[in-house]
Write a protein that binds this ligand. Structure first.
Ligand code: ADQ
Length: 459
């Protein structure tokens, strides 16, 4: 098997299958992580180990746009127990402040261990001597230690895209020691924020007997670096699209379709219970209740990408959101005029940027979120420094986007007041705030993020 000096391991490959008609093949997946890592992997003739998204399909490695893709076969049992079970019904809710109820099942866990072991074996077989491996996210937390056992010569990095919970929550995990041992197999553990890093370091001291000093954890005879590497966006690309005259036309069309001079609040999320879409809609309802005359001409647009639809909690949040949309339109809409526009689908990137440009206010109000790229994308798209960002204090992005209006997403009245305040903010103030945030996303891009992590890892 051909070996690579840089190997990325992630739940999914950076490509997805094109099965349009009979025309078979692959296309690069959209998203910041792929656009950041793909050029680096390409330059270094790197490999990417991950799942194709197909169940029970065995595929040979293949090259797509200069990157070697190494598929890991995922069975139905892997999918149901490891991916839907441990990843999305145990770890996802537990790591997100238990805003959903985590479930713990031993047979799910066994499958997670098994699938992580197969990832580690595959990675071990494609990494060259003294190579560098970068493992991504909560699906693969056991891989660093498993890989170290197989390949003590390689440098191993791990990055967690979601929050790392505080110790009283983490302690609930029946496999808390195994997960820490898995993560501590890495040389560098990256987290989104300083508070995630603190949480992680504390639990390793408590359950794995590490000694912490500054950003270093001493574990047995090894030193591990644990630090915050806040992820970001491809700012140049968004600015470029936002400046395109065709996108500006699209922005104008959206505004016209929404009713000419109407003011607009936008929400853009995966349809996930951590994103606080329901409470945000309630806040908009409250705004209309509190100032019915002032906001008669305001519309709320909520774009929601379907997500994890087989899981009950996701079905529940969807019905709840749709019920609220119905209630608000039922109460405040007119014939031919809705006050809430709800699209449950993914938009092409260009249309999304046009929406960002069209929105007077962007409401990003998750109950808990590792970073939240939507907040940064909105800022990057506001080339003329207009627009106001309402940002949950529980999103990782709040630590960097300090001049957003920070809101408590549990406080519906507070959020309604914040919307009111945003609409009345003097232009000089909103521009000053937006300018400061634009400076942040121009400096801290996804490329700078990847470089900083790999420099620390020695890749
Ligand atoms: P997510 O929970 O998926 O990511 P987020 O960071 O907001 O959350 O990224 C969502 C992405 O999907 C954005 O790039 C956005 O543009 C896109 N998107 C959302 N709705 C869309 C729509 N209707 N149409 C098209 N595109 C849409 C996880 C963590 C986050 C962390 C990221 C990266 O939960 O906290 O920021 O990983 O580390």
């Amino acid at each position: 098997m051909q070996r690579s000096r840089l190997v990325i391991a992630a739940n999914t490959l950076p490509v997805r299958r094109l099965d349009k008609g009979r025309q078979e093949g692959w296309t690069t997946s959209p998203g910041g992580l792929v656009s950041a890592l793909a050029p680096i992997a390409r330059d270094q003739e790197g490999a990417w180990v991950g799942w194709t998204g197909e169940i029970d399909v065995d595929r040979e490695p293949f090259v797509h746009e200069g990157i070697r893709n190494i598929p890991v076969k995922v069975s139905l049992a892997d999918y149901e127990n490891s991916y839907e079970g441990v990843c999305n019904r145990t770890l996802w809710p537990l790591y997100h402040d238990a805003v959903g109820e985590p479930e713990y099942h031993r047979h799910w866990w066994r499958q997670y261990v098994d699938l992580n072991a197969r990832f580690a074996e595959t990675v071990a077989s494609v990494t060259s001597a003294n190579g560098v491996v970068w493992v991504q996210d909560y699906h693969l937390q056991l891989v660093p230690a498993m890989l170290r056992d197989l390949r003590p010569d390689v440098r191993i990095g791990f990055f967690l895209h979601i929050p790392f919970p505080p110790e009283d929550l983490y302690d609930r995990l029946p496999w808390r020691t195994e997960v820490l041992h898995g993560l501590l197999g890495a040389d560098v553990v990256g987290l989104q924020t300083r508070s995630d890093t603190r949480n992680f370091m504390r639990v390793t001291v408590r359950h794995a007997g590490t000694k912490a000093s500054g950003n270093t954890l001493q574990y047995g005879n090894r030193d591990i670096k644990a630090a915050a590497y806040p992820i970001s966006i491809d700012t140049d690309r968004i600015e470029h699209v936002a400046a395109d005259p065709a996108i500006l036309e699209q922005t104008k069309t959206f505004r016209k379709q929404l009713g000419g001079g109407r003011r607009m609040i936008l929400g853009v999320d995966r349809l996930d219970y951590t994103k606080g879409i329901d409470l945000r809609l309630k806040a908009f309802h409250q705004l209309l209740e509190d100032w019915p005359d002032a906001y008669r001409e305001t519309v709320f647009v909520q774009l929601a990408v379907p997500s994890r639809e087989r899981i009950a909690e996701y079905q529940t949040v969807r019905s709840h959101v749709e019920e609220l949309v119905g209630q608000i339109n039922g109460r405040y809409g007119e014939i031919g005029i809705a006050v809430v526009h709800y699209l449950r689908r993914s938009l092409p990137f260009e249309e999304l940027v046009a929406m960002y440009r069209a929105a007077d206010i962007m409401a990003v109000t998750p109950l808990c979120d590792g970073m939240n790229l939507v907040a940064k994308e909105y800022v990057a798209a506001r080339l003329d420094d207009t627009g106001v960002l309402l940002l949950s204090e529980f999103a990782g992005a709040a630590a960097e986007l300090r001049t957003a209006i920070h809101v408590n997403p549990h406080d519906v009245n507070g959020m309604a007041d914040a919307m009111h305040r945003a609409f009345h903010m003097p232009e000089a103030e909103s521009k000053r705030r937006m300018r400061a945030m634009r400076r942040v996303v121009r400096k801290h891009t996804i490329h700078a993020w990847a470089r900083a992590f790999l420099d620390d890892l020695g890749g």
